[in-house]
Write a protein that binds this ligand. Sequence first.
Ligand code: FES
Ligand SMILES: [Fe+2]
Length: 458
Amino acid sequence: MDARVTGEKVVRNFDQYVDERLDEGVFRVHLDTFRDPELFDLEMEYIWEKTWIFLGHDAQIAEPNDFITTQIGRQPVILQRGDDGEVRAFLNHCTHRGPRLCKTQRGNAVRHTCPYHGWMFDSQGNCMMIADEEAGGYSQAFKAMSHDLHRVARLECYRGFYWASLTDEVPSLRDYLGDVTIFIDAWIDQSPNELEWVKGDANFTYDGNWKMVFENCLDLYHAKSLHASFGNAVMNRFKNMGEDERKSINLDDFVNATAEVSYYNFDHGHGALWIQNQSQQEDRPSYAMFKEMEERVGAKRAELMLSGKVAAIFPSILFVESATFQMRMIRPISVDKTEVYAFCLAPKGEPAEARALRIRQYEDFFSASGLATPDDTAVYRSAQEGDQARVLEWNQGYHRGIEQMQQGPDEKATEMGFNPTLSIHGSIAIQSEAMYVGPYREWLKKMKAGQDSALAKL
Ligand code: FES
Ligand SMILES: [Fe+2]
């Protein structure tokens, strides 16, 4: 790829990585975006460390002093509810010489004591104590410094969901999310009391690029082939158990094409899909509360709430409701290694039987040891290996459904009152792969803007 050196920076022509010629029916993404370690570092710098990244949900830090740890790009972060009830986000980095202060994924801590020399910080991030300070012969300049944990530049909450940014140069969280909130709301509003965290989570790593899991959650095309073992297991259960026991969501809708689907792109790289007229809605855990939902929010919104749907919020968080509901936080580690933190949120106050069904369906399909997730992680690894075919520059995987693409909202979106930038609507047999246009437009925009601002600082 074209590159030239300016000062100390290699300047890249990022336009060469995304080949968007929709009027000619072409959309392609260069394979180097999946396999070039330098490009990965630039993605961390220009995308992940310069936009809103999802950190966690209010329910995960419900009590004073509760914390969770995560990352913004490569940078370790603590999200903590202080002893005063306020939620803050700090870098997980001892001000003295740098060790991470919280090693566990979650916990409750009135204070954080650094294991190295014993400096102590409270749950609001203030430095409470510098060990043996009096005898330390510290200068006035040192004493004038703040020793508190470094707060991230921006932390905002959308209805219990916290996002943070390392830079101030981002739009408000509400503007960044835009109309994709119609999907987020469709999960939150399933109960008048909003959502709670279903305790327990499953984290897994895979040997592939972070964009693979982002793409995969919008990919209905792979369900029939890659998850055939899940489909077969479910069908065998039906045979052995009879109609009344149909409690797993099967893959009929992906095979028989009885359902319809709308795919959407939104500003800032977000994508969504919505499966309509789906069978087996009565086997979804949310069905137990459907009547109440319908009365409270109206038939149209209740239909969206019960449907299979996905919202992929660029670049860090995936809300996926297929066999059941799962949230996946993406944590890129290197160009060919990614960690996924997966967990389940559920409507507060759902009947015990529905909650049990939710957990069983979750284990069945999504859990790291479930019948579907290992299929996906194995194929990401295989694709990462296949993409080492460096004489090749492009895959062909973004063309399916491109002819059905329309600018702006489809009929369903108009009916619901939201305004996507692109829509694709049709039989579920489309299983479109063309809705990656939006995420890669944002990828390109952020990479160019990041480089421009880095060069301006030289
Ligand atoms: S590095 Fe944390 S107290 Fe010294
Ligand atoms: Fe999958």
